[in-house]
Write a protein that binds this ligand. Structure first.
Ligand code: AMP
Length: 399
């Protein structure tokens, strides 16, 4: 898929509005705990600054639900941007209020203005035309570099694109990279291609699984979603997470895999616990022997060994979703072992955003992965085969 390219725009000395995704995790003291999303936007910001542009940056942070909520202010983002860009970053007091509009109007070449949290305006998530028009009026050019929110038809992501012609809008470098990576993965992966799919539920990943099936050679299932498949196979899964309404879908997926010759792997053993808690009693059991009232919260060592074997000959790995409740140390071993193995492999390794990105970062193997997406929900929608609403207006040619 070819997108309108930032490099083709006549940007020199102009005013540019860049929609970024600075929705970064913060600790309880308001410190940024992972600034990957901010660092990922620097290529586009610096490209514009190098051309003497006046740069207006805009992002959301958290869910302030259309109200000004102090803890969601972008001021920590402004400080981090200042450190990373090594230049002053002006923070507007509002989004389209008097302060933002006057600062945007007065902004000179090579200066950087950051608007306050876009979601302080209720119109942002409602794709309000009025908000789009106000934001668009600030600049000559619009750049979307906010992959993580491009699956949302929001005012600063979708609505605003209709107010610029093709000579005045484009995808930033991060958005281009994300779309190209997933495009390549879906359309022409180097084989053998394995998808490791985990996380809590089948329902969240059902469409992605269905779309991936004809494209992959192997699927390895982990996490809570495994139990719906295991139950459908007739196993006693105790009190493990299960979606009874999706048992038929689970069967359909396993049948389809068989029909297509895709190897479909489920955990053969699990770490079972008496309750969903770090201090719970736990034990290793074969997947067929989960005691009543116990729940499987991680894959066991036999599954790790099996998955390692299965992954040993693959050339491309896509990983979306943890293998267990990785937030609790006791149930993080399976995810951590798989993360190390994937990181050490010579395959092209692509990590879907969200929890899996967080997981590989915590374990410290993020630098070893070929590509870590900045968008969990957005990357999942790409895997489902959808064109994202924020990307569609920037498409020149479909693949
Ligand atoms: P998702 O958002 O669907 O990718 O799911 C991620 C969440 O799944 C994480 O918060 C994990 O704690 C959770 N998870 C993974 N394995 C299990 C499991 N066996 N039982 C319950 N929750 C799980």
């Amino acid at each position: 898929m070819e997108l309108l390219n930032i490099k083709s725009l006549d940007l020199a000395g102009k005013k540019v509005f860049i929609r970024c995704d600075f929705n970064v995790p913060m600790d309880e003291y308001g410190n940024i705990s992972d600034d990957r999303r901010i660092r990922s936007a620097l290529a586009t910001v610096n490209f514009c600054l190098d051309q003497g542009c006046a740069v207006i940056l805009a992002s959301h942070l958290g869910r302030p639900d259309g109200k000004v909520v102090e803890k969601y202010s972008l001021s920590p983002i402004a400080r981090r941007l200042h450190q990373l860009l090594k230049r002053d970053v002006i923070l507007a007091k509002d989004v389209i209020g008097e302060d933002a509009m006057s600062k945007a109007a007065a902004l000179k070449g090579s200066e950087v203005l950051l608007l306050e949290n876009l979601r302080y305006e209720a119109g942002e998530t409602g794709n309000s035309q009025e908000l789009s028009a106000k934001l668009a009026s600030m600049a000559d050019f619009y750049i979307n570099d906010a992959f993580g929110v491009s699956h949302r038809a929001h005012s600063s992501v979708e609505g605003i694109t209709h107010l610029f012609d093709n000579e005045h809008k484009a995808a930033g470098f991060l958005l281009q990279k994300e779309i190209q990576f997933f495009g390549q993965l879906i359309e022409k992966p180097v084989r053998p291609f394995a998808a490791i799919v985990g996380g809590s539920k089948v329902s969240g990943k059902l469409e992605a699984l269905v779309n991936l099936l004809p494209r992959v050679d192997k699927i390895l299932i982990g996490g809570g979603m495994a139990f719906t498949f295991l139950k459908q196979m007739g196993y006693n899964i105790g009190a493990s997470l299960v979606e009874d309404d999706l048992l038929e879908d689970a069967q359909r997926i396993m049948d389809e895999a068989k029909k297509l010759g895709v190897k479909f792997y489920l955990p053969v053993d699990v770490v079972a616990a008496e309750k969903f808690a770090e201090d719970s009693v736990s034990k290793l059991v074969p997947a067929q022997e989960i005691p009543d009232d116990w729940m499987g919260l991680d894959i066991g060592p036999a599954t790790v060994r099996l998955y390692r074997e299965v992954l040993s000959d693959v050339q491309t790995v896509l990983w979306n979703g943890p293998m267990g409740v990785y937030e609790m140390d006791k149930f993080s071993r399976g995810s951590s072992k798989i993360a190390h193995f994937v990181a050490d492999s010579y395959a092209t390794t692509v990590v879907g955003g969200g929890d899996t990105a967080d997981l590989v970062q915590r374990i410290g193997v993020d630098e070893e992965m070929t590509f870590i997406s900045t968008g969990g929900g957005a990357s999942l929608e790409l895997l489902e085969g959808k064109i994202l609403p924020g990307v569609l207006p920037l498409v020149i040619k479909e693949a």
